[in-house]
Design a protein around this ligand. Structure first.
Ligand code: FES
Length: 108
């Protein structure tokens, strides 16, 4: 492991390909997505308004998730918004997988 601080969020078995899982990093809800076998973690909160992203449809081909409230879409790999009404990125977290566990680091 590097000298970054890593926290276990969940197991890889909880996030099979094309699936997602929400876990807590302190008081922050984190959405973990398995996109094509790679794991990505982003804050489970739309950057448009304070609303969860996790209930929204996930497009496994595009690697995007759509906010159900007003329809903004985000790239789960980068957190970048792909269409209005969101214009700023969702917070993402570095991910490390080891021995079937998914760790994230908090860059904030
Ligand atoms: S709260 Fe997500 S698009 Fe408005």
């Amino acid at each position: 492991m590097s000298d970054m601080q890593w926290t276990v969020l969940c197991t890889t078995a909880e996030v099979l390909p094309g699936e997602r899982h929400v876990a807590w990093l302190g008081d922050t809800p984190v959405l973990v997505v398995n996109h094509d076998g790679d794991f990505y973690a982003l804050e489970d909160r739309c950057s448009h308004e304070d609303f969860e992203l996790s209930p929204g449809p996930y497009d496994a081909d595009a690697g995007t998730i759509e906010c159900v409230l007003h329809g903004a879409r985000f790239d789960v790999r980068t957190g970048e918004p792909l269409c209005p009404p969101a214009y700023s990125a969702v917070q993402t977290f570095p991910v490390m997988v080891q021995d079937g566990l998914i760790y994230v680091s908090d860059p904030r």
